[in-house]
Design a binder for this molecule. Structure first.
Ligand code: HEC
Length: 103
C-alpha cells in the first residue's frame, strides 16, 4: 500500500518538472535553427541560399560532399551560366560549396 502511494507522488513530480511551457519549446527551436545556419560569414550564408534557389531546378541539388573543392571550382562556372546568375552570385555559391567540402 505504501509503495503505491509513493509511485503516485513521483509521477506527479515528474509531470511538474517537465519543461512544457511555450517559452521552453520556443527556446529549443531557436537553438536548433541557429545551429543549422552557423555559417562562417555572410558570403557563405548567402551562397547557401543562392545554391538552394538556383541549383536545384534542372536536377536535384547535388550533394556537395560528393565533389572535391577542385571539382566544384570547375563545375560552378558552367552551372552558373546554365542558371543564368551573375558572377557575384556565382562567387558566393562557390564560397559556400568550398566551405562545405572543407567542413
Ligand atoms: C539549366 C539547367 C541547370 C541548372 C540551373 C543547373 N544545372 Fe547543374 N547540371 C545540369 C545538367 C544538364 C547536368 C548534367 C546532368 C546531371 O548530372 O544531372 C548538370 C550537372 C551538375 C553537376 C554534376 C557534374 C558532374 O560532373 O558530375 C553538378 C555538381 C551540378 N550540376 C551543380 C550545379 C550547380 C551548383 C548549379 C547552380 C549554380 C546548377 N548545377 C544549376 C543542368 C543545370
Amino acid at each position: 500500500m505504501k509503495k503505491i502511494i509513493f509511485t503516485g507522488v513521483t509521477g506527479l513530480l515528474l509531470v511538474a518538472c517537465k519543461p512544457t511551457t511555450v517559452e521552453a519549446v520556443k527556446e529549443d527551436k531557436k537553438e536548433v535553427t541557429e545551429a543549422a545556419v552557423e555559417f562562417p560569414n555572410a558570403t557563405v550564408a548567402e551562397g547557401s541560399t543562392l545554391y538552394i534557389e538556383n541549383c536545384g531546378s534542372c536536377h536535384k541539388l547535388k550533394p556537395i560532399k560528393n565533389y572535391t573543392t577542385e571539382q566544384w571550382a570547375k563545375i560552378v562556372p558552367p552551372m552558373a551560366k546554365k542558371a543564368k546568375i551573375d558572377s557575384e552570385k556565382e562567387a558566393k555559391i562557390l564560397a559556400y560549396v568550398t566551405w562545405q567540402t572543407q567542413n
